[in-house]
Design a protein around this ligand. Structure first.
Ligand SMILES: [Cu+2]
Length: 343
C-alpha cells in the first residue's frame, strides 16, 4: 500500500473534506502540511451571529460567577463537618453509618452517593496525638465495605484491608476498630473495598491529628480542609462543584492553613492566584525545609499542608489547574473556589 493511499484512508477516517485532502496532496506529504490541511477555516458566518454566540458564552461564565457569589454562606457544612466524639472513659468513640444518600454537588447535579453519616466527604475526625479512639462502622450499603485509616500508624490488625488483615464489613454488620493515635498530621479515612467506586462515590473523610506538643505549630487565624475528589461525583472540593463551593474569606494580614487531601483517581494541581503558598507538611510529616509555590500538585492519596499569608486584598481565584477540571465553554465548574482577602 502506497503512502498516498495511507494518507487518503487516514483523511477519510478523520472526516476531512476532499478540498483539504487535495491541498495536502499538492503541497506535499509532510505531517506539518497535512496538519495545515485540517486547520479550522476562516469564519464565514454572519458577524452578528458570531458576536451573539460569543456574548452567549460570556453570559454563561458571568452567570456562574454570580451563582457562586449568591451561594456564599449557604452551605455551613462546607468548611465545618467535624464529628464530636462521645467519651467512654478515656476513649473517644465515633459512630459512623455507611449509607446511600442523594447528594447534590451543584444545582441540578444529584448523584446516588455512598456516604459516612449522610454527607460527602464524611465527617471530619479531629483528635490529638496520644488519644485513644474507637470507631463503630455500621454498614447500611447494599454491598460489603471496609475502612482504612490512611496515613495513621495503627496496629496491623486494624489496617482495614479485607482478607489481608480482617474480614469485610458485611451488609447490616457493625465493625469496631480501636487504637491509640500515634502520629500527628493531616490524614484520611476511606473504604478499602471496591475502593475505586466506593471512595469516589463518597466513602472518604479527613482524619486530622493535632500534635500533643503544639509549640511548633504555626499560629493561624483559620484552618481549612480541602478534600479533592473526582470521577463518580464529578470534580469536587469538599463534595461540591463550583458554583456551589464556598470561598475562603480572610482578613488582610491573616495567616491561614489549608490542608489538601486527594481522595480521587487523578492529580489536581491546586493553583492560588495572587498569593504564594508555603508548603509546610507532606502526608502529615512536617517538612524540614518548607517551600513556596503557587501551584501544588496533589496526587491521589497525598496530603499537603500549606500556609497562606493573606497580604494582598482582593478576590483571588483558587482552582485545580487541570483546566478540564475547572472550566468549559459554559464557564467555570468543578474544582474552583476563591480566596477573598478583605480589610
Ligand atoms: Cu483537577
Amino acid at each position: 500500500m502506497s503512502n498516498q493511499i495511507d494518507r487518503r484512508h487516514f483523511f477519510r477516517l478523520a472526516g476531512l473534506s476532499a478540498a483539504g485532502l487535495g491541498a495536502a496532496t499538492v503541497l506535499g506529504n509532510t505531517p506539518i502540511l497535512a496538519q495545515d490541511a485540517t486547520a479550522v477555516p476562516a469564519p464565514t458566518a454572519d458577524p452578528t451571529a458570531i458576536a451573539n454566540a460569543a456574548t452567549e458564552m460570556d453570559n454563561l461564565h458571568a452567570e456562574g460567577v454570580q451563582a457562586f457569589l449568591d451561594y456564599i454562606g449557604k452551605d455551613p457544612l462546607f468548611w465545618n463537618r467535624r464529628l464530636e466524639p462521645v467519651m467512654d472513659g478515656d476513649v473517644k468513640v465515633f459512630d459512623i453509618e455507611c449509607k446511600e444518600v442523594e447528594w447534590e454537588t451543584t444545582a441540578g447535579m444529584v448523584y446516588t452517593a455512598m456516604s459516612y453519616n449522610g454527607i460527602v466527604p464524611g465527617p471530619e475526625i479531629r483528635v490529638t496525638e496520644g488519644d485513644k479512639v474507637r470507631f463503630n462502622f455500621t454498614n447500611h450499603l447494599n454491598e460489603s465495605t471496609a475502612i482504612h485509616f490512611h496515613g495513621l500508624r495503627v496496629p496491623n490488625a486494624v489496617d482495614g484491608v479485607p482478607f489481608v488483615t480482617q474480614p469485610v464489613i458485611k451488609v447490616g454488620d457493625t465493625a469496631t476498630f480501636e487504637f491509640t493515635v500515634r502520629n500527628s498530621g493531616s490524614h484520611m479515612y476511606h473504604s478499602h473495598h471496591n475502593a475505586a467506586e466506593q471512595v469516589t462515590k463518597g466513602l472518604l473523610g479527613a482524619f486530622i491529628v493535632d500534635p500533643k506538643d503544639s509549640s511548633n505549630e504555626p499560629v493561624v487565624a483559620a484552618d481549612y480542609t480541602m478534600v479533592l475528589n473526582d470521577s463518580a461525583l464529578g470534580f469536587t472540593i469538599n463534595g461540591k462543584e463550583f458554583p456551589n463551593t464556598q470561598p475562603i474569606l480572610a482578613k488582610l494580614g491573616d495567616k491561614i492553613r489549608v490542608r489538601y487531601m486527594n481522595e480521587g483517581l487523578l492529580i489536581h494541581p491546586m493553583h492560588l492566584h495572587g498569593i504564594p503558598q508555603l508548603v509546610i507538611a507532606k502526608d502529615g510529616f512536617n517538612l524540614p525545609a518548607p517551600y513556596l509555590c503557587d501551584t501544588l500538585t496533589v496526587s491521589p492519596g497525598e496530603r499537603y499542608d500549606v500556609i497562606i499569608d493573606c497580604d494582598e486584598l482582593g478576590l483571588w481565584a483558587y482552582h485545580c489547574h487541570v483546566l478540564t477540571h475547572a472550566e468549559s465553554r459554559h464557564g467555570m465548574f468543578g474544582m474552583v473556589t476563591v480566596l477573598g482577602v478583605v480589610e
